[in-house]
Ligand binder design. Structure first.
Ligand SMILES: Nc1ncnc2c1ncn2[C@@H]1O[C@H](COP(=O)(O)OP(=O)(O)OP(=O)(O)O)[C@@H](O)[C@H]1O
Ligand SMILES: O=C(O)c1ccc[n+]([C@@H]2O[C@H](COP(=O)([O-])O)[C@@H](O)[C@H]2O)c1
Length: 207
């Protein structure tokens, strides 16, 4: 099985995340994609804005009716700071025969050498890097001190192209808080859920 792991804060999940996973499934020939919300992303020590249960529920709603896409609660169940190397070790232990890919935008690739145990991360999973038009080309050379030339070429060959989607979780949260249009930036079921639970300061301005 070719399994794609897509880690992020998903605070909240948005159309860019969903499109990225779809493009990787199609172009990267993945059988499954697991979205792995982090408890606390190591480089975002303040932690997410929404709680674990809210982010997991929104992800499940977004992935309903998307065959092969699921949520893994491994990191939120482990709690504390979510190091990807720990998550990959655990998934490798559970699924020894799966071929693991780690889905990421080019921005995350450039950050990867600063992660905990980056060489082990690269031994456990192959980064599947998504390139967006209008963004700088991913610089696979940032991994050259961590993997050999053949492996580097294989990682570069796994790259996937996707159309630009000008959306980020932080902009979505900002729009909700200040009352700008935001629903189109995410899945309709997620937008309904944000409204039902009054997440991200929704409605605070009117009170
Ligand atoms: N619009 C987008 N298009 C494609 N990939 C994206 C987009 N937004 C985020 N990603 C990718 O999704 C992954 C998880 O990102 P994350 O959950 O932190 O979302 P984010 O929108 O970047 O959040 P924030 O704005 O809070 O930093 C990262 O690898 C990031 O590169
Ligand atoms: O393991 C680490 O040291 C590490 C440091 C920074 C980010 N990550 C992971 O990278 C993924 C993308 O994170 P983000 O929030 O930068 O989009 C997510 O799964 C994070 O847990 C992992």
């Amino acid at each position: 099985m070719r399994l794609g792991l897509f880690g992020g804060s998903f605070d909240p999940v948005h159309r860019g995340h969903l499109l990225l996973a779809e493009c990787c499934m199609e172009q990267g020939g993945l059988d499954r994609v697991w979205f792995v919300p982090s408890a606390v992303q190591p480089h975002k020590p303040g932690g997410p804005v929404a709680g674990d249960a809210d982010r997991v529920r929104m992800l499940r709603l977004a992935l309903e009716g998307r065959p092969g896409m699921e949520v893994s609660t491994l990191e939120v169940e482990r709690g504390e700071v979510s190091y990807s190397v720990d998550t990959l070790r655990e998934i490798r232990r559970q699924l020894p025969d799966a071929e693991l890919f780690f889905l990421m935008g080019a921005d995350t690739l450039h950050d990867l050498p600063t992660w905990r145990g980056p060489a082990e991360v690269l031994a456990l999973a192959t980064p599947m890097v998504v390139c967006r038009p209008g963004e700088p080309e991913p610089d696979f050379g940032v991994l050259s001190g961590l993997v050999g030339g053949d492996r580097l070429a294989a990682i570069a060959a796994s790259r996937v192209a996707m159309p630009a989607t000008e959306v980020s979780s932080s902009d979505l949260r900002r729009r909700i808080a200040v009352g700008e249009p935001w629903r189109e930036m995410t899945d309709a079921a997620v937008a309904d859920d944000i409204e039902a639970h009054k997440l991200y300061g929704l409605g605070n301005r009117e009170q």
